[in-house]
Design a protein around this ligand. Structure first.
Ligand SMILES: CC(C)(COP(=O)(O)OP(=O)(O)OC[C@H]1O[C@@H](n2cnc3c(N)ncnc32)[C@H](O)[C@@H]1OP(=O)(O)O)[C@@H](O)C(=O)NCCC(=O)NCCS
Length: 172
């Protein structure tokens, strides 16, 4: 699916970057926006409730320092989300990847990750790491991520650490 860049890395405003695919707007934003608030509801439904947990039981304070990437439907709803937590100057961790259940298997997760990788490159990161839930290893493998460690448990379910090298892009 072709993507069209509209604005890139407008660091002084709440929307840091955005791209529109045929039906979904992807944008990077900060924790103090309605986009983030709506995305938390999506994360709770997709990533926590199926495990019998609530997102709101965890301390979200550190997320003030994260980059938040959302996908917005043409109707204006947040239907996809992921966040980046910087590990060091070259490595960032992709977390909380979620697509609304009614929008899964339509390429939105792939476009979310592709947009996010472009954003991370522009922020000069050269490596993305993530903790993948076992049932979605294949999703990340299709996007070029490889397992880099042994199976382990997180939030009570099996995960694998995965990673991908990305070439930094210094275009402003
Ligand atoms: C995993 C998730 C983000 C994928 O998003 P999506 O929009 O459904 O995925 P896409 O339609 O973009 O799929 C892209 C490709 O990955 C494949 N894929 C999607 N989910 C997959 C899975 N669970 N296992 C293997 N392959 C998968 C698709 O078939 C597609 O393959 P293709 O390149 O041959 O067309 C989404 O299903 C989701 O939110 N799942 C629940 C939450 C979750 O588990 N998040 C991950 C936490 S680590």
């Amino acid at each position: 699916m072709e993507s069209r860049c509209l604005h890139l890395c407008l660091k002084q405003v709440k929307i840091l970057a955005q791209v529109i695919t045929l039906e979904t707007l992807f944008l990077a934003t900060t924790h103090d926006t309605l986009y983030y608030k709506e995305a938390c509801q999506l994360r709770d439904v997709i990533l926590r409730k199926p495990l019998g947990m609530s997102l709101y039981d965890q301390n979200l304070e550190e997320e003030k320092n994260f980059i938040h990437i959302v996908g917005k439907s043409k109707e204006g709803h947040i239907i996809a989300y992921l966040q980046f937590k910087a590990i060091d100057e070259s490595t960032t961790k992709m977390q909380q990847v979620a697509v609304h259940s009614e929008y899964q298997n339509q390429g939105i997760g792939r476009n979310l990750v592709i947009f996010s990788e472009t954003f991370a490159k522009k922020e000069d990161f050269s490596q993305i790491i993530l903790h993948a839930r076992e049932p979605v290893i294949g999703f990340y493998e299709r996007l070029g991520y490889t397992k880099v460690g042994d199976r382990f448990h997180e939030v009570g379910i099996p995960h694998y650490k995965m990673g991908k090298h990305i070439e930094p892009n210094n275009i402003n």
